[in-house]
Ligand binder design. Structure first.
Ligand SMILES: Nc1ncnc2c1ncn2[C@@H]1O[C@H](COP(=O)(O)OP(=O)(O)OP(=O)(O)O)[C@@H](O)[C@H]1O
Ligand SMILES: [Mg+2]
Length: 340
C-alpha cells in the first residue's frame, strides 16, 4: 500500500511561496581519463521557505553530487562547470575562499550521506559541535557555549548526558541526531539531508525522521531530503523532485507524485513500491541506464522507457508545467520547445 501523504500536502498547497534556494542550470562533471562523467546535467529547481523537498532517483543518478555541488564541496575529480546557486538572493557560486567558508554553514548545511560515520571518533560530540560554532562565530564564554549546545541537544531530542560522550558511546539514531544538531548549529535557512535514515533500522528511522520534522517546524527552515524510501518521502515531504541520469525529469507536489505520476520513470518508481494488499509479481524493467560518459542525444530515459518515440532519441525534452506546480520533461505530454 502506498503510504498516504500526511497533512504535508495541505501544508504544501498553503505554503509560503517565498523562494529560499534557487538552483539554476547546475552542471557537474567528474573528469576521468576515459572522459567526463556527466553526473548533474544542468538542473534547475527552487526550494520555498519552510518546506521539505524530496530528491529521489535511483542510485548513481546524481543526488549526492547535486547536494555537494550546492554546497560547493564536490570532491575531485568533480567540477562545477556551470550554474547559479542563490540563497535568499545571495549568489553562493560567486563567493570564494574565506568568504565562502564563512557563509557556507550559515546559509546552508549538510547532513552528509553516512553522516553518523563521519563524526570524529576521538572527539566528544560537544567539542565537534562547539568547534563548528567557534569557527564561524569566534571564541565565546564556556558556559554560554555549553548552554547553546545543550539547547541544540534538546531540539533534536538528545539527553544532556550526551554532552560528555564520544560518538562510539551513542546508538546509530543518537549519532544521526547529533549530526542534525551540528547541521542546525548556525541556524541556516536551508538544510540538505542526504539519506538521513538509510543506515538505521525502521523504528529508529522514524524517530530520526520525526526529529527532522520537529526541527523544521520549530526553526522554520527549508530542507532537501534525499532518499530512496518512498514511504518516508510520502510522510515527510511537501514536493518531490525526481532525477534520472543527471537530469530532473519531474517536479511535483507530493500527492500527485504518488497518485498521478507523469514521467514514465516516476511511474516505474511508484509502481515498484511493494504492497501487502495486492501481491503482484515484482515489476522488473528492461534496459540499462546509459553510460554517463556518453549520453545518447535526446531523453535520458529513452533506453528504458516503455513509451519511447522517435523524437525522444533526438532532442532532450523541455520541462513543461502540466498542472500548477507539477512539471515534467517528457514528450508524452507535448512537444514544447526542446531543451538545449
Ligand atoms: N569520484 C568520481 N569519479 C567518477 N565518477 C563519479 C565519482 N563520484 C561519483 N561518480 C559518478 O557520478 C554519478 C552520480 O553519483 P552520486 O553519488 O551523486 O549518485 P547518487 O544519486 O547520490 O547515488 P546513491 O543513491 O547511490 O547515493 C554516478 O554515476 C557515479 O558513478
Ligand atoms: Mg548519494
Amino acid at each position: 500500500m502506498i503510504a498516504q501523504p500526511a497533512s504535508n500536502f495541505v501544508r504544501a498547497s498553503q505554503a509560503n511561496r517565498e523562494v529560499v534556494l534557487d538552483v539554476r542550470n547546475l552542471r557537474i562533471h567528474y573528469e576521468t581519463p576515459k572522459g567526463d562523467v556527466i553526473a548533474v546535467n544542468g538542473i534547475s529547481f527552487q526550494v520555498y521557505k519552510g518546506e521539505i523537498v524530496g530528491l529521489v532517483g535511483e542510485s548513481g543518478c546524481g543526488k549526492t553530487t547535486a547536494a555537494m555541488g550546492i554546497l560547493q564541496l564536490v570532491p575531485s575529480p568533480g567540477r562545477i562547470l556551470a550554474g547559479e546557486i542563490l540563497i535568499n538572493g545571495l549568489d553562493m557560486l560567486g563567493l570564494t575562499g574565506e568568504e565562502l567558508r564563512e557563509r557556507r554553514w550559515r546559509e546552508l548545511s549538510l547532513i552528509p550521506q553516512g553522516a553518523m560515520n563521519s563524526l570524529n571518533p576521538v572527539m566528544r560530540v560537544r567539542d565537534q559541535i562547539g568547534d563548528a560554532i567557534i569557527t564561524h562565530e569566534g571564541q565565546q564564554p564556556k558556559d554560554k557555549l555549553k548552554a547553546r549546545i545543550l539547547e541544540l541537544f534538546a531540539l533534536v531530542g538528545l539527553p544532556p548526558r550526551v554532552y560528555d560522550l564520544y560518538p562510539h558511546e551513542l546508538s546509530g539514531g543518537m549519532k544521526q541526531r547529533a549530526c542534525i544538531a551540528m547541521a542546525i548549529a548556525l541556524s541556516p535557512p536551508v538544510i540538505i539531508a542526504d539519506e538521513p535514515t538509510s543506515a538505521l533500522d525502521v523504528v529508529v528511522q522514524r524517530v530520526v525522521a520525526q526529529t527532522l520534522l520537529d526541527v523544521k517546524e520549530r526553526l522554520g527552515v527549508s530542507m532537501i531530503m534525499i532518499g530512496h524510501d518512498m514511504g518516508l518521502q510520502a510522510q515527510m515531504v511537501d514536493r518531490i523532485i525526481v532525477m534520472y541520469a543527471g537530469n530532473i525529469v519531474e517536479v511535483t507536489p507530493v500527492f500527485p507524485a504518488f497518485h498521478n505520476p507523469l514521467h514514465p520513470y516516476t511511474q516505474l518508481l511508484i509502481s515498484s513500491i511493494p504492497s501487502i494488499r495486492e501481491r503482484k509479481p515484482l515489476k522488473i524493467t528492461t534496459g540499462l541506464t546509459h553510460d554517463l560518459r556518453n549520453p545518447p542525444p535526446g531523453c535520458s530515459f529513452q533506453l528504458r522507457c516503455p513509451h519511447v518515440m522517435d523524437i525522444c532519441k533526438k532532442t532532450q525534452p523541455a520541462m513543461i508545467e502540466r498542472e500548477p506546480e507539477h512539471r515534467v520533461a517528457c514528450y508524452l505530454y507535448g512537444k514544447e520547445e526542446a531543451k538545449g
